[in-house]
Design a binder for this molecule. Sequence first.
Ligand code: HEC
Ligand code: HEC
Length: 301
Amino acid sequence: MSNKSKIFIVALCLIVLFSVLYINVQKEPKYPVQTDHIHLNEGVNLNEGRKMTQAICMSCHFNPQTNRLSGVKHGNPSKFGDIYSANITKDSVFGIGTWTDEELVYFLRTGIRRDGSYVFDMPKYSLLSDNDIYSVIAFLRSDDELVQPIHSNIGETKYSFLTKVLVKYFFKPAKWIAHVPDIDKRDTITWGKYISTVKYSCANCHSGNNIFYNNLRPEKSWRYFKGGDPHYDENNNEIITPSLRPVERYSRAEFIDMVKYGFRKDTIVLRRPMIPFSMLDDDEVNAIYVYLQSLDKDENY
Ligand code: HEC
Ligand code: HEC
């Protein structure tokens, strides 16, 4: 090897080494927090808030030891680091007791916390309607057992080097949308799309990759409703989400059974993270079915 190549290799190694050190010592990026244009209105429905919290937030924030939303170790593969979902009970030190409603709306829609830091691995509810998002917040503030204060934290999140690189250069917060009107339930296809892509996040898991899910234009997400997203059970076994196109391979009644009660007609129980969405009304699951039926078939299915 010539001297020139040796110098080149040494220089390259030094650049890599310094880049690694630089990213490791750098703080996480911070983003601006805008909370001034939010006006919480009257359209709060505690029951809808409870349904959404049970269907969405519980699967990541519920701690079976405390029976509350006090956070657990997040089931991501360890290559992302040690990640704990936060304590979102009403505790004013460890929970969200001192967050304002505006800070919560801003966080839920963009992923940006009130201190400007960004949570990359929680879905962004950018298009959740004002009334629905206020209803979730009203539930988080309610007297329900699930949100009563727990004065401790289960663990502190530590990102791996890979996650630090991704958070610095690739994973970005969702665009802030200050107001989202209600969806007209009489338009079953549009309502079904809203429920399955925004309100109950079916499409986050049933498309190709939840981290790169397109919040603002869900239908542009890679492998939209064609499945393929890897999930992991408690023992780190991979479970790939199934395609829901074409949905006609199940009858409407079978579909409702799977979604609400979590088992297929061959009596096989669906595994986590697919939870039984027993809190949904039949109308809501029916609207999802009608919407999925309106999509083109998965050509590779
Ligand atoms: C896919 C899993 C997942 C889902 C679903 C989820 N979260 Fe989270 N949440 C997380 C993780 C992970 C964190 C960040 C923990 C960290 O990095 O310290 C987080 C952080 C938060 C925080 C920030 C708290 C803090 O003190 O920093 C709030 C508030 C929150 N979630 C509320 C909710 C609500 C409300 C819902 C339901 C609408 C929800 N989350 C659904 C995983 C999830
Ligand atoms: C957190 C991720 C996640 C969410 C959210 C989710 N699913 Fe699933 N779903 C899965 C996984 C994983 C499976 C596969 C389970 C298995 O193989 O045991 C599954 C299985 C299914 C099945 C069975 C399909 C088959 O052919 O076996 C249906 C139907 C389904 N989900 C519909 C829905 C609907 C409708 C929603 C929204 C209300 C939804 N899912 C939300 C992850 C999710």
